[in-house]
Design a protein. Structure first.
Length: 61
């Protein structure tokens, strides 16, 4: 399995499933892997991975 990193910091756990942007300012957005899309709810696995990544980033600083 390959993991692509789009952000320098982990996105908000509730950010878009495809691009990680917050719902409040998302609109229509293009990403190569999905194309043009509206905000979609992230999966539970994505939320958990994002929470772990954010926690680990704060521990490193």
């Amino acid at each position: 399995m390959t993991t692509r990193i789009r952000h320098q910091a982990a996105p908000n756990p509730s950010g878009c499933r495809w691009c990680g942007d917050d719902r409040t300012h998302h609109g229509l957005y293009y990403v190569k892997s999905r194309g043009l899309h509206a905000w979609e709810q992230p999966t539970n696995a994505q939320r958990l991975a994002r929470m772990h990544a954010r926690r680990n980033a704060t521990k490193e600083n």
